[in-house]
Design a binder for this molecule. Structure first.
Ligand SMILES: [Zn+2]
Length: 401
């Protein structure tokens, strides 16, 4: 599955209609969750049938394209299915009981093959369902020309802090050729460096993370000083969410470039299977930002692994830093201890380097467990940002008439 993204350019009134469509999609999803909670044993097909009931009951739900309603029901089902799956697997801790979605700055609605029309030159898109959002100019994707309209399986409208975007999901398996390099690599995530690899090389944390951390702090402080319900609060919130958007774009840019480079120069990449979600809840902003950067990096590693036919292995993170990579003895150390000193065989190495070697070894030994990412399902894994041509905000715009 390939995803292309473009910014939608239209009039304010049109945006409001898109927003309405997004709100309706959320309503359908939430109603499906409610229906599932109230009726025992409801499955995927019952939910999809329930969409028609909703459309009859609520005129505004009827305005939404019927396939888009189905897609919202499918979303509800996927969060239910994930919950069931977590319960079945006996995952410790929270099982992720499906929750209702609240109104947020970001949101999306997904169309399948109807409800929109792409123009012949593929520069405008027209939404044709009951919300009558009309035609929008597409900014920032020229890649669409290489594919046939039949290949577009889904069209997603995404609302972000700085505007509305459309994502085209194409039914194309992206495979690229690559000569084997005969190299393998293990990566250890550290506090001081972004990662240390099994050859002892380190990649520093990108400097912009620190910068944006400061800016985020300042903006969120400003938001908390404004009065609830005031106009200023609205402005402050928008500024903060735009900053968050910028940070996430920088993070993505960094992750994509680095992941591509790592995958292209190795035949196997091993890294720790960290429960990133737990880490992100950490109070420290800086830590949570670098964790998010790591999880983005990991997603792209797995994505490029598929594209280039490189094995990516997530190994269990236990004892990776304690084990001696030379003799296998367990050498316990505290977090502040930066060097690994084995009193068994006398081996001395940087702590993270030692861990990276262990991770590589574990990765080489593991067979059958590779990355767990489902590439097609993730909104953030959009090809657009990978190439520099897709930066709609950089380009000069024509003034609106
Ligand atoms: Zn040793």
């Amino acid at each position: 599955m390939l995803v292309f993204e473009a910014k939608l350019e239209g009039k304010k009134q049109q945006y409001e209609r898109l927003s309405e469509a997004i709100r309706t999609a959320r309503f359908v999803r939430n109603s499906c969750i409610r229906y599932w909670m109230d009726n025992k044993g409801v499955g995927k097909y019952e939910l999809s049938a329930y969409c028609a009931v909703l459309a009859k009951q609520f005129p505004f739900a009827n305005k939404l394209n019927s396939q888009a309603r189905q897609a919202s029901a499918e979303r509800a089902w996927s969060s239910i299915a994930r919950f069931y799956d977590n319960c079945k697997k006996g995952k410790p801790g929270k099982k992720g009981f499906p929750r209702f979605k609240k109104h947020q700055t970001h949101g999306s609605v997904e169309y399948k093959t109807t409800g929109y029309k792409l123009s012949e030159d593929r520069r405008t898109i027209t939404f044709t369902d009951g919300f009558k959002a009309g035609s929008f100019k597409l900014w920032g994707t020229s890649d669409l020309h290489f594919y046939q309209l039949k290949q577009i399986k889904r069209v997603r409208v995404v609302r972000r802090a700085d505007g509305y975007y459309v994502q085209f999901c194409l039914d194309v398996e992206r495979i690229e050729k690559r000569e084997p390099t005969g190299k393998t690599i293990g990566l250890d995530v550290g506090l001081n460096h972004f990662y240390t690899d099994s050859d002892g090389q380190t990649i520093e944390n990108p400097r912009h993370l620190r910068k944006s951390e400061k800016a985020l702090k300042r903006l969120s402080k400003r938001l908390s000083r404004t009065q609830k319900g005031s106009k200023n609060r609205g402005f402050a919130r928008n500024r903060l969410s735009r900053k968050h958007l910028k940070v996430s774009r920088q993070r993505k840019d960094f992750a994509v470039k680095l992941a591509r480079c790592v995958v292209q120069s190795n035949d196997l990449v091993a890294y720790e299977d960290l429960q990133v979600r737990n880490l992100v809840r950490n109070r420290k902003l800086a830590k949570s930002i670098s964790d998010a950067a790591w999880s983005a990096f990991r997603n792209w590693l797995e994505y490029f692994g598929k594209v280039f036919g490189v094995v990516t292995v997530a190994v269990p993170p236990h004892y990776t830093s304690a084990n001696c990579s030379n003799c296998g003895e367990i050498i316990k150390k505290s977090l502040s201890q930066r060097t690994h000193r084995c009193h068994h065989c006398g081996f001395v190495l940087d702590r993270d380097w030692n861990a990276a070697i262990n991770i590589l070894e574990l990765g080489l030994r593991t067979v059958g467990h590779t990355g767990t990412l489902n590439v097609s399902g993730d909104i953030d894994l959009c090809i657009g940002g990978e190439t520099s041509q897709c930066k709609p905000s950089r380009r000069k715009r024509k003034p609106k008439e």
